[in-house]
Design a protein around this ligand. Structure first.
Ligand code: C5P
Length: 219
């Protein structure tokens, strides 16, 4: 069974997807972390972020590893633990530029499909229901107001000791949504057969319950 969860930045996709995967004993794949890992590596190597060829050469066939860890997964690339680094403001504010590169997308989509092959999986991202897994059994398009998403990110940041004003976070979220939904290659959009779930005024357990009910109808 394949479950695709797409939606704009900070709508709660990964929190919910992780929980669903744990409840169902499915694999969880955070595709955003893959684009973040590529962006981190390009920044690390001082590669201009528009230079698709150089980025792909630098990445080569190196796998982006997801390793089970207490409370979630650790992300590794070229032997570096980049779990925290890929959540930095620098990566967050540059990832949309890298993820818009067609060659980077082709490579990531191929890797994502390889991981999904023959497995029960919950995958979250921007183009899962439209491009990566067009035949997914359940497709969810998760949304929330910009104000609510900025508040959630503010809280996440505070827990990590990062302090960015709420207003700036809202602007960054809107800028990322705009870039992600206006790129040429598989832009963020709701698949025609996806079910929209607005999480603005819902708690995490309420969203999980809502999506679990949708999944149960398909099982
Ligand atoms: O989900 P997350 O916010 O970590 O994603 C980071 C970025 O990666 C997104 O803003 C988007 O640019 C890119 N992305 C994408 N396609 C996906 C997942 C993420 O383009 N399937």
């Amino acid at each position: 069974m394949q479950i695709a969860i797409d939606g704009p930045a900070s709508a709660g996709k990964s929190t919910i997807a992780k929980q669903l995967a744990a409840d169902l004993h499915f694999i969880y794949l955070d595709t955003g972390a893959m684009y973040r890992a590529v962006t981190w590596w390009a920044l690390q190597q001082d590669i201009p972020l528009a230079d698709e060829k150089k980025i792909l050469t630098a990445l080569d066939d190196e796998p982006i590893r997801f390793i089970p860890a207490p409370g979630g997964q650790r992300v590794e690339l070229f032997g570096h633990d980049i779990t925290m680094a890929i959540r930095s403001e620098a990566v967050t504010n540059n990832v949309s530029q890298v993820s818009a590169l067609p060659g980077v997308r082709t490579e990531m989509v191929k890797r994502q499909r390889d991981i999904a092959a023959g497995q029960n999986i919950v995958m979250d991202g921007r183009d899962i229901g439209t491009t990566v897994l067009p035949h997914a059994d359940v497709k969810i398009f998760m949304v929330a107001s910009v104000a609510e998403r900025a508040k959630r990110r503010f809280k996440d940041n505070a827990e990590k000791g990062i302090h960015v004003p709420l207003e700036k976070l809202a602007q960054e979220i809107e800028a990322r949504d705009f870039k992600d939904s206006h790129r040429t290659e598989s832009p963020l959009k709701q698949a025609p057969d996806a079910i929209k779930v607005d999480t603005t005024s819902l708690t995490i357990p309420q969203v999980v319950a809502k999506i679990t009910a949708i999944i149960q109808k398909k099982q």
